[in-house]
Design a protein around this ligand. Sequence first.
Ligand SMILES: [Zn+2]
Length: 66
Amino acid sequence: MKTRFSIGDTIFWYCDIEQCTHQAKVKFVNFAGAGYPDINYEVSTVCCGKEQTIFVDENDAMKEEF
Ligand SMILES: [Zn+2]
């Protein structure tokens, strides 16, 4: 299946909690759901002051900071 990003790519996304943009390298690409696949990118980043594993939705992942 074709995804916009793959493992090792750097993605950016907007963090609603901190109201800023985060960036991280994709560790895994996850596919959920049957029929209409739901793609998310698993990353580790420091968010809200601690290291976290975050699943960034395909629709929220961006190529560069905005
Ligand atoms: Zn955050």
